[in-house]
Ligand binder design. Structure first.
Ligand SMILES: NC(=O)c1ccc[n+]([C@@H]2O[C@H](COP(=O)([O-])OP(=O)(O)OC[C@H]3O[C@@H](n4cnc5c(N)ncnc54)[C@H](O)[C@@H]3O)[C@@H](O)[C@H]2O)c1
Length: 262
């Protein structure tokens, strides 16, 4: 199952995984009609009964659905806290084997760019959105340890459309569509219990260690550096808070010191 199948990553994964797996596609937004080997469910992840129906017979859930950037608390709470909980609970009740949770680098955004994280450090979320991703990782750990629902939490860097880096920060955080698909396949198939993995391509300027990637057998192919000479600095590349921290502009939003250029 792919939740959030109507979104950017959901559409990329639907296209790239359909030849390998039978897919159950779920989103509250409309999606293309089911093709061969596909089933489509249009519902909210806060609707426990609908989730239970859709989850029957599912082996693995790639959980992408939710608010995918910073937003007011009620929106984050409904989709990324309540909806995330209902998704894990429905998966457990349906006997799902593997959860692949779309976490984010914004769960650790307040670490300085000079710190090479391996995924074992305490979270340092940079937004309410980042806090919700830390919640999802904790939920994944809880369901793995207590109920045996194994999980891979992907701290995705930056996957975009068009499929290329768009600013200087992305030279470190970019995840190509090809690498995203391979990362998700490894996350579904690797024999692990609970694993945090940073989701980035083989970027020359990568900040993160690849311990998690190695644990699931993921070897990225693409390198954001190929675009480096076409990129110019954006305001967030120059912002005094954003430029030193892994979360970039997410760290500067609503920050009391933002806009202070001293
Ligand atoms: N794109 C990236 O670079 C990136 C980076 C880090 C993490 N992520 C995470 O990956 C996931 C997918 O990202 P994306 O870029 O495709 O985001 P997106 O916003 O394009 O897609 C999210 C999808 O979730 C659906 N959704 C939202 N609330 C829902 C609900 N209550 N019930 C059912 N569906 C709901 C939306 O309709 C949408 O189709 C998100 O969880 C995001 O936080 C993405």
């Amino acid at each position: 199952m792919i939740t959030g199948a109507a979104g950017l990553l959901g559409r990329v994964l639907r296209e790239r995984l359909r030849s390998r797996y039978a897919l159950v596609l779920l989103d509250q937004a409309p999606m293309d009609a089911a093709g061969e080997g596909e089933a489509v469910f249009q519902c909210s992840i806060t609707d426990a009964a609908a989730l239970r129906r859709a989850m029957q017979g599912v082996d693995s859930v790639v959980h992408l659905a939710g608010v995918s950037t910073e937003a007011p608390w009620d929106a984050i709470r409904d989709a990324n806290i309540e909806g995330c909980y209902q998704t894990f609970e429905a998966a457990y009740q349906a006997g799902v084997r593997r959860m692949v949770f779309a976490s984010s680098n914004h769960a650790i955004g307040f670490y300085p760019r000079t710190r090479a994280l391996d995924g074992s450090e305490p979270v340092r979320p940079d937004t309410r959105y980042g806090v919700s991703k830390a919640f999802g990782e904790a939920l994944a750990s809880y369901y793995a340890d207590k109920f045996g629902l194994s999980a891979v939490c992907l701290r995705i860097g930056t996957a975009r459309s068009p499929d290329e880096p768009g600013d200087i920060r992305h030279l470190s955080t970019w995840l190509s569509h090809r690498d995203l698909a391979e990362l998700v396949i490894c996350s579904i198939e690797a024999p692990v219990h609970y694993q945090v993995v940073f989701g980035a391509s083989a970027n020359q300027r990568n900040w993160w260690r690849d311990d998690g990637a190695q644990a699931i057998g993921f070897t990225p192919q693409d390198n954001a550096e190929d675009w480096a000479d076409r990129l110019t600095a954006t305001p967030s590349d120059l912002d005094p808070i954003a430029r030193n921290l892994q979360g970039g502009s997410f760290c500067a939003w609503e920050h009391p010191g933002a806009g202070n250029t001293d």
